[in-house]
Design a protein around this ligand. Structure first.
Ligand code: NAP
Length: 209
C-alpha cells in the first residue's frame, strides 16, 4: 500500500484592502516555489492589530479577492475569517484548516514580512509556528536580521537547521494597498496595479474616495 501523500496548502493571510497584483504574484510564486497543491486566500474579518484605521467592510474585501482570483484554477478564497466572530487570530485559522483538510496537511501561511515581524505579539506564537510554516514575502533588499530577531527564543535556536519561517523576495511587492487607496482618493489611476476587474469594481462601488 502506498504512503498517504501530504497535502500542501498555501494560505494567503491578509487584510486585502484592496487585493492587488503584488499579492497575486506572491501567491503564484509560493505555489511554484513550495510545490503547493492550492493557495487559499483568507481575507481577515477583524484584523487584531488594526485600531488606527478602519478597513473596508469584510464582505467587500472578500468579493474583490474572489474577482481577482476567479480565473486561476489553483487559487481559492475562503470566508473562514470573515464569518468567524471576534478578532481573526491566525492560530484559530490554522486549526480550522487542519479540521477541514485533515491532519495529513502541511499549512504554509504566506503573508507580508512586516506582519511576521510582529509574530511575538500574536496569539500563541510558539504554537502557531509549530503548526504552520510561515512564508514571509518581502520586496528585495529587506533587512532579514530584523525578521530573525523577531522570532521566539525556541524558534531562533531551531532557525539555522529547521526554519519554520522562510523568506520569499517578490519585486512586485513594491505595489501596496496603502498606495492604491491613496491613489484612488487623489483621483489617480490604478491601472496595472490591480486586476482590471477589481479596478472597475472599486470605481463602481466608490471605495476609498
Ligand atoms: P498588515 O499590517 O496590513 O500588512 C503588513 C505588510 O504585509 C504590508 O506591507 C502588507 O502590504 C503586506 N501583506 C499583508 N498580507 C500580505 C500577503 N498575503 N502577501 C504579501 N504581502 C502581504 O498585515 P495584516 O494584513 O493585518 O496581517 C497579515 C496576516 O497576519 C493576516 O492574515 C492576519 O490575520 C495575520 N495576523 C495575525 C495576528 C494574530 O494571530 N494575532 C496578528 C496580526 C496579523 P499590503 O497592505 O499591500 O497588503
Amino acid at each position: 500500500m502506498g504512503r498517504l501523500r501530504i497535502k500542501r496548502i498555501g494560505v494567503m493571510g491578509g487584510t486585502f484592502d484592496p487585493i492587488h497584483n503584488g499579492h497575486l504574484v506572491t501567491a503564484e510564486e509560493a505555489w511554484k516555489q513550495f510545490n503547493l497543491d492550492q493557495v487559499l486566500f483568507v481575507p481577515s474579518g477583524s484584523p487584531p492589530h488594526k485600531e488606527d484605521r478602519k478597513s473596508l467592510d469584510p464582505e467587500s474585501r472578500y468579493l474583490m479577492a474572489v474577482i481577482a482570483t476567479a480565473a486561476n484554477p489553483h487559487f481559492k478564497v475562503s470566508r473562514m475569517e470573515i464569518d468567524r466572530p471576534g478578532p481573526s487570530y491566525t492560530i484559530d485559522t490554522v486549526h480550522e484548516l487542519h479540521r477541514v483538510y485533515g491532519r495529513n496537511t502541511e499549512v504554509f501561511f504566506i503573508t507580508g514580512a512586516d506582519a511576521i515581524l510582529e509574530i511575538l505579539t500574536w496569539k500563541e506564537p510558539e504554537k502557531v509556528l509549530r503548526e504552520a510554516i510561515f512564508i514571509a514575502a518581502t520586496r528585495p533588499g529587506y533587512d532579514l536580521r530584523r525578521l530573525e530577531e523577531s522570532l521566539p527564543e525556541s524558534e531562533k535556536k531551531r532557525h539555522a537547521t529547521d526554519p519554520r519561517v522562510l523568506v520569499m523576495e517578490i519585486p512586485a511587492l513594491a505595489i501596496s494597498s496603502t498606495d492604491i487607496r491613496k491613489r484612488v482618493k487623489e483621483g489617480r489611476a490604478i491601472t496595472y496595479l490591480v486586476p482590471e476587474s477589481v479596478a472597475k469594481f472599486i470605481e463602481k462601488s466608490g471605495f476609498y474616495i
